[in-house]
Design a protein around this ligand. Structure first.
Ligand code: ADP
Length: 471
């Protein structure tokens, strides 16, 4: 089967979060299952773009309202990622460093959707399935089915995967002229709450909708940033498929980012060496348990609770631990996390920013990984942590519920709590500090964690079954 993934991110080309990891791994595993998986994404100006050789495969043009755009599709020449990677350059809108966060993101991503649809409409065959990811590709299904120029694509099966329903890409009807000419009586398929809402539109138009974990799918019926009623209405075509992780990229035995490679057999020793490097670099005490946090410093991740939880833990659990934070996001939280360094010397340190290499070193060297998330559609960090023998401490939500069993339950290997509050986080840290004293149990649990297989093989196959059900 030929599958075309349409996405804003794809690791290692460009990654802002979990979407990048998934779009870089799922097509690879689908290819290994014998399918032809392709990825098309905007042309971001990253190191990967500059370091690789690209062939131009198509040139086209379109109008978006009053604007005229030329676009070019380029393809990575050497199949470096194990699948065909295509990028769309639209003169004036892409070829920029960041993936998101520009004032003209509405124009950029609407134009991306038009260019992709236009390009596919020029193929001399139809793809087996078009798989769109998140709101950045959310207008593609509507355009394929309703825009006059592209209606010969109307029968192509379309799947939407929602990696995060909080972000919907909505914009006002004053920009309706951006959508290529369509049957105007179909306007309702674009609309949600009097705005053009690309995510809602994709939910309405896709033949199947998936979320990245079963529990997140259930939660969306109650809390979906205004789309609850839509999920209830469309529930017949919605299902949750748990993300996997790329066991080739995230492998403590071969990871080139970490100081000392290790396997399940010598995990205690390997982790200790990696921990020593981290502690030396960040002025922390190797004898104490090391708690890490890696992620976006935003409300969804409950990042604003971290400063108080860290202070409370250091003062009330008698400084029996170290903390190391890596992240960026809300400027207020960033400032607090920076300022705390001077008052908690020896107990706490942080790096504000995005650092792929350091993230690998932290998964390898930390003892515990904190994830107090309010919302976690799947969460990949906890699965990376497990692979490196680092115990996840998670709030029971979304994919965290589906992938972490508390040590108090049979077969458990993590710590779970219910509320995103300083009290619950601090109490969980206390449980972890007590557990850490029991070296024998820690060794057993580490082996259990590293032995868990959260690889993509099973889920990649489930997507194929889903495509077959609509082909
Ligand atoms: P989300 O997509 O909501 O941010 P996920 O858990 O699905 O969360 O994926 C987060 C991914 O981004 C993981 O690969 C994590 O290691 C990575 N990541 C997040 N923040 C940073 C950072 N500051 N530096 C390096 N990697 C990061």
């Amino acid at each position: 089967m030929e599958i075309l993934h349409v996405t804003a991110e794809c690791y290692p080309y460009a990654k802002a979060g979990g979407l990048g990891d998934v779009a870089g791994a799922l097509p690879k595993y689908q290819t290994e299952l014998g399918h032809v998986a392709k990825v098309v994404m905007p042309m971001h100006r990253t190191k990967f773009l500059l370091d690789n050789v690209w062939d131009t495969v198509h040139k086209g043009f379109f109008n978006m309202g009053n604007f005229y755009f030329d676009y070019t599709i380029i393809k990575e020449a050497t199949n470096k990622l194990g699948f065909d990677l295509y990028c769309v350059d639209i003169f004036g809108l892409f070829n920029r460093e960041k993936v998101y966060g520009y004032d003209d993101d509405t124009e950029r991503y609407t134009a991306f959707n038009i260019a992709v649809t236009d390009w596919v409409s020029k193929w001399n065959h139809r793809p087996g399935v078009v798989h769109v990811h998140d709101h950045h590709a959310g207008l593609v299904p509507f355009m394929m089915q309703n825009c006059f120029a592209y209606r010969h694509l109307a029968a192509v099966p379309v799947v939407l995967t929602i990696h995060n329903a909080q972000y919907q890409g909505q914009f006002g009807w004053d920009k309706q002229q951006y959508i290529p000419a369509y049957d105007t009586w179909q306007w309702g398929k674009l609309d949600w709450n009097n705005t053009i809402n690309p995510l809602a539109s994709a939910i309405k138009c896709a033949m199947k909708v998936t979320t990245v974990s079963p529990s997140y799918m259930d939660e969306l019926k109650n809390t979906a940033a205004g789309l609850e009623a839509l999920f209830e209405y469309e529930k017949g075509k919605c299902t949750g498929i748990l993300n996997g992780i790329d066991n080739d990229v995230w492998n403590p035995e071969t990871d080139t980012y970490i100081l000392d490679n290790f396997s399940i057999k010598d995990a205690d020793k390997g982790k200790a060496l990696n921990k020593k490097k981290l502690c030396d670099d960040f002025g922390l005490d190797i004898k104490k348990p090391l708690f890490a946090f890696i992620g976006r410093l935003v409300g969804e991740k409950a990042a604003e609770l971290l400063p108080q939880a860290i202070y409370d833990s250091v003062y009330h659990i008698n400084g029996r631990m170290n903390f190391l934070i890596l992240g960026s996001g809300d400027p207020n939280v960033e400032h607090q996390l920076e300022n705390m360094r001077s008052s908690l010397v020896g107990f706490y340190n942080s790096t504000i920013g995005y650092n792929e290499k350091l993230s690998h070193q932290m998964y390898a060297g930390a003892d515990f990984l904190l994830m107090p998330s309010r919302v976690e559609p799947c969460g990949l960090n906890q699965m990376y942590a497990l692979r490196y023998g680092t115990m996840p401490i998670v709030r029971s939500t979304g994919g965290l519920k589906d992938t972490v069993i508390d040590i108090g339950d049979s077969g458990g290997y993590g710590i779970r709590f219910n509320q995103a509050t300083v009290g619950d986080i601090t109490f969980s840290i206390y449980r972890a500090v007590e557990l850490y004293e029991d070296k024998k149990r820690m060794t057993q649990l580490r082996k259990r964690m590293i032995g868990i297989d959260n690889g993509w093989e099973v889920s990649a196959g489930r997507y194929i079954e889903l495509y077959r059900s609509i082909s």
